[in-house]
Design a protein around this ligand. Structure first.
Ligand SMILES: *Cc1c(COP(=O)(O)O)cnc(C)c1O
Length: 431
C-alpha cells in the first residue's frame, strides 16, 4: 500500500460512516480505483470479480460503454430540472418503457430518489387511497416475516421485526401485522397451510389494513429466500377478496434477476402498486419508480385533498431517467432469458459442492441469485479478506453468503467466483 492510499484510507476510517459498521472499530474498507465489466480494480492494482452487482444494481457490468455514453450526452443537454410544472423526454421515455414491460394494469408512474423512498411513496399512496374513500382508519399494513423494504421509517416498519431491529425503534415505529414467513419453497409442492397465517391476519384485521406489502417470490436482504408462486397468487386473491391493495416491492427482483423480468411474472399476477429501484439505472445513478393502477390514481385524485402529497427535489432526475431508458433497452435487446438461465445453471453447478461442507445448512439458486446458508454467522473481517485474497468480491451478511453477479459475467469468471466462494466457506468452517 503506498503512502497516499494509506492516507486516504486513514481519513476514511476517521471521518466517514460506512453501512452497518462501527465508527470506533470499523470493518476494513478497500479503496476502489475503477471498475470495468465484472472487475473491480483496487488502488493497489488487485482486481476482483464482482459477485454482488453492487447490491443488485449493476446488471450490465461497470463502465458499460453504452450507458456511459448516454449519461455523457444527457449531461450535455440537461442534467436536471425541477419536475413541478416541467417535464422532459427522458422521464416520458422511461415511463412509456416501464408501462410496457411491467405486469399489466400499472399505468401511472411516480419517479423518486431511492428504493426506500419508493416504499414510502407506495405506502403513502395506499393510505391516501383509503382516506380518499372516507376510510381514514384503514391505514395499517400487513406483510410477511423475513422481508426487507428499506431503511427509512415506514419502510423499516414492514421489515422483519428481528433482522429489522424493531426493538431499537420501539415507540417510534408503527406496529403492523406480520404473517409467518412462507415456508413452501419455490420448487416444492404447494402446501395449503402455507397461506394460513396470512389469511387469518387478513380475515381478522382487513378493516384496518389498507395494503399488503411484500417482495414477490424472492425475499432479499431479510433472508435471501425463494418462496412458492402459489403463495403470491393466493395473496393476490385474498387482497381482492378483502378489498386491500397489494404493493409489490420489486426493488431487488426487478429487471430479470429471478429469471423472469419481474418476480410477479412467476405467478402471473399484477399488484396495485409496484416499486422499482436498484437495477433501474443499471447501477449508474440512484432512481426509483412507483407504478400504480389507474384506479389507485383516480381514487386518490377524486377524494380529499385531491393530489398525492409527495414531490422530492430530484424527482425524475433527467440524467438518471436517461440512463435508465438505455439500461432497460440494453436488457430487452439482449437475450436476457437465456443469459439468466446460463448463469442459473453455472450457479447451481458451481455452488453444489458447498452443500456437503461442514457448517453449510442450505444451498439455493434462483435465476442469477445464488445463496449458501450457514449454521452460524461468518466472521466478516476475516471472510472479507479471504474473498479478496481469492480475487473475488463477495459480501456476506450474518449466516448468508450469496452472489448475484452482473449479467455480463462469463462462464469462466462465474466458475472462478463460485469456486472461490466454496473454498472460502470451507476455510471458514474446517472439518
Ligand atoms: C434495497 C431494497 C430497498 C431499499 O432500497 P434503497 O435504494 O437502498 O433505499 C427496498 N426494498 C427492497 C426489496 C430492497 O432490496
Amino acid at each position: 500500500m503506498d503512502k497516499d492510499t494509506g492516507k486516504l484510507l486513514q481519513f476514511d476510517r476517521q471521518h466517514i460512516w460506512h453501512p452497518y459498521t462501527s465508527i470506533d472499530n470499523p470493518l476494513e474498507v478497500f479503496l476502489v480505483e475503477s471498475a470495468d465489466g465484472v472487475r473491480i480494480r483496487l488502488e493497489d492494482g488487485r482486481e476482483l470479480i464482482d459477485g454482488m452487482a453492487s447490491w443488485w444494481s449493476v446488471i450490465h457490468g461497470y463502465n458499460n460503454p453504452e450507458l456511459t455514453r448516454t449519461l455523457r450526452e444527457q449531461a450535455g443537454r440537461l442534467a436536471h430540472v425541477m419536475f413541478g410544472g416541467l417535464t422532459h423526454r427522458p422521464a416520458i421515455d422511461l415511463a412509456r418503457l416501464l408501462i410496457e414491460i411491467v405486469p399489466q394494469g400499472l399505468r401511472r408512474v411516480f419517479f423518486c430518489d431511492s428504493g426506500s423512498v419508493a416504499v414510502e411513496v407506495a405506502m403513502k399512496m395506499a393510505i391516501q387511497y383509503s382516506y380518499a374513500q372516507g376510510d381514514a382508519g384503514k391505514n395499517r399494513f400487513l406483510t410477511i416475516r423475513s422481508g426487507y423494504h428499506g431503511d427509512t421509517f415506514h419502510a423499516m416498519s414492514v421489515c422483519d421485526p428481528t433482522t429489522g431491529m424493531h426493538q431499537i425503534y420501539q415507540g417510534v415505529l408503527p406496529q403492523y401485522f406480520f404473517a409467518d414467513t412462507p415456508a413452501c419453497r419455490f420448487s416444492d409442492a404447494w402446501r395449503e397451510e402455507d397461506i394460513h397465517s396470512f389469511r387469518q391476519l387478513l380475515t381478522e384485521h382487513h378493516h384496518s389494513i389498507c395494503a399488503v406489502i411484500l417482495e414477490p417470490i424472492v425475499q432479499g436482504a431479510g433472508g435471501m429466500r425463494f418462496y412458492h408462486p402459489e403463495y403470491l397468487r393466493r395473496v393476490r386473491t385474498l387482497c381482492d377478496e378483502f378489498a386491500v391493495l397489494l404493493i409489490a416491492d420489486e426493488i431487488a427482483t426487478g429487471f430479470g434477476r429471478s429469471g423472469k423480468l419481474f418476480g410477479c411474472d412467476h405467478a402471473g399476477i399484477s399488484p396495485d402498486i409496484l416499486c422499482l429501484g436498484k437495477a433501474l439505472t443499471g447501477g449508474y445513478m440512484t432512481l426509483a419508480a412507483v407504478l400504480a393502477t389507474e384506479k389507485v390514481g383516480h381514487v386518490i385524485s377524486q377524494g380529499e385533498p385531491g393530489v398525492f402529497m409527495h414531490g422530492p427535489t430530484f424527482m425524475a432526475n433527467a440524467l438518471a431517467c436517461s440512463v435508465a431508458v438505455r439500461s432497460i433497452q440494453l436488457l430487452l435487446e439482449s437475450n436476457w432469458q437465456e443469459n439468466i438461465a446460463r448463469i442459473e445453471c453455472g450457479l447451481r453447478q458451481g455452488l453444489e459442492p458447498c452443500r456437503t461442507l461442514p457448517g453449510v445448512i442450505d444451498v439455493r439458486v434462483l435465476g442469477a441469485i445464488g445463496v449458501v446458508e450457514l449454521a452460524v454467522a461468518v466472521n466478516m473481517a476475516r471472510i472479507q479478506k479471504l474473498f479478496i485474497a481469492h480475487g473475488v468480491w463477495i459480501r456476506p451478511f450474518g449466516r448468508l453468503v450469496y452472489v448475484m453477479p452482473p449479467y455480463v459475467i462469463t462462464d469462466e469468471d462465474l466458475s472462478t467466483l463460485t469456486r472461490a466462494l466454496c473454498r472460502v466457506v470451507e476455510m471458514e468452517f474446517p472439518k
